[in-house]
Design a protein around this ligand. Structure first.
Ligand code: UD1
Length: 361
């Protein structure tokens, strides 16, 4: 069987790495999958892309479509135009997309219009928040995909409720957690650790990049200010490029918030694993903190990963600054739930995916 794997943006890389590793280590003369890796070029900075390929030992992509940044429509359209050319030249049995970024949706539409089957890894999750570009990407991708590799029973139900038949849904677990568990032995102390004199559980980690939190300067400033005033310990803030443009324009001078360049995967996991808690608006970080048992304060009103709240260590803080301050004081006082690990988030999702793909052969 021939598959084409799509990756475009930072959170895609940890989802494809274990799938490629599993394919390469299980291929035999009698049962094999050949894969072509397409990097759409949605993320192109070394710190958002290259370092992830190196650390996660992902082989060089077969092609980089060089899509780059732009408005939602510009970026999606560029990926579609380039991927259509590539797929016509390199036909395949199945296109495998992961996650919810623009590359996921763009390549799904292209593949289906060329009558190529699509499998969606992390299919079925929903925030029901149509102001998020990712929710639109998830809905469009899932309306078209043929097969779904899911991370939770809630995702299975979401798909069934839209009419997807059970034989197209495979509950396999979470490939992002495969990467996390495999790489725990390799995590690296980042430079900021020595520079700031960090010690286990005496600091927080902050990540923010959603348009709803960082694009409005006033709102962004109020958030950073509230965190700075109530954290009571250093807050390491690896700043995403989208966020940096606005962070540099803020008029406040935080005392405890320490901005850094984006960290590598192994550095970031080191930092969250040893933190007192994490404040974030990312999807993947909610999952990683749940598995590591680290308190997570999510600055959003909803999550497409509800099991991180019902089972894990995550709490939805929403947009109310007072709720954020109260939650931070609970965290500092050691009053936080402990949480458990969601079903099948056991590091073996890629193994299940590849064995199902081989049966489809
Ligand atoms: C994208 C994904 C989001 C994911 C995030 C992780 C979509 C709709 N969003 O958001 O789901 O959580 O990646 O990082 O697909 N930029 C650079 N260098 C790069 C890439 C981007 O400087 O390598 C700048 C661009 O100029 C742009 C901004 O960052 O202004 C945003 O990039 P974009 O790819 O549009 O979306 P993200 O916010 O990264």
């Amino acid at each position: 069987m021939k598959i084409t794997l799509i990756a475009g943006a930072r959170p895609n890389f940890m989802k494809i790495a274990p799938i490629i590793k599993e394919i390469l280590s299980t291929n035999t003369e009698h049962s094999s999958i050949s894969y072509r890796l397409v990097h759409t070029g949605q993320h192109y900075d070394d710190k958002l892309s290259k370092v992830f390929f190196e650390e996660l030992e992902i082989p060089e992509p077969d092609v980089n479509l060089g899509a780059g940044s732009g408005s939602q429509a510009e970026q999606t359209a560029r990926i579609m135009v380039e991927f259509e050319r590539d797929l016509i030249k390199n036909p395949t049995d199945l296109v495998v997309v992961v996650g919810d970024v623009n590359s996921t949706m763009a390549c799904t539409i292209v593949a289906k219009k060329l009558n190529t089957k699509v499998a969606h890894v992390e299919g079925g999750i929903r925030s029901w928040d149509m102001t998020m570009p990712e929710e639109i990407n998830r809905m469009a991708t899932d309306a078209l995909a043929d097969y779904f590799f899911t991370t939770s029973r809630v995702a299975n139900d979401n798909l069934k409720n839209t009419g997807v038949s059970e034989d197209r849904i495979f509950f396999v677990g979470n490939t992002m957690i495969d990467s996390l568990l495999t790489n725990l032995v390799k995590i690296k102390r980042p430079e900021v650790w020595e520079k700031q004199g960090l010690k286990n559980e005496n600091y927080l980690v902050l990540t923010l990049h959603r348009p709803s939190n960082v694009d409005d300067l006033n709102k962004f400033e109020n958030l950073v200010n509230a965190i700075d005033e109530s954290a009571g310990m250093p807050v390491v803030f690896p700043v995403h490029p989208r966020t940096k443009k606005n962070y540099d324009q803020l008029s406040i001078k935080p005392r405890l918030v320490v901005p850094t360049d984006p960290l590598s995967y192994l550095e970031f996991i080191y930092l969250i694993k040893n933190a007192k808690g994490v404040i974030t608006d990312s999807g993947g970080v909610q999952e990683e903190t749940t598995v590591l048992g680290i308190p997570c304060l999510t600055l959003r009103n909803n999550t497409e990963r509800p099991e991180t709240v019902t089972i894990g260590t995550n709490e939805m803080i929403g947009e109310d600054i007072e709720v954020l301050k109260n939650s931070l004081s609970n965290l500092k006082a050691g009053k936080w739930k402990t949480g458990e690990i969601p079903e099948l988030w056991d590091g073996r999702a890629a193994e299940r995916i590849v064995s199902i793909l081989k049966e489809m052969n």
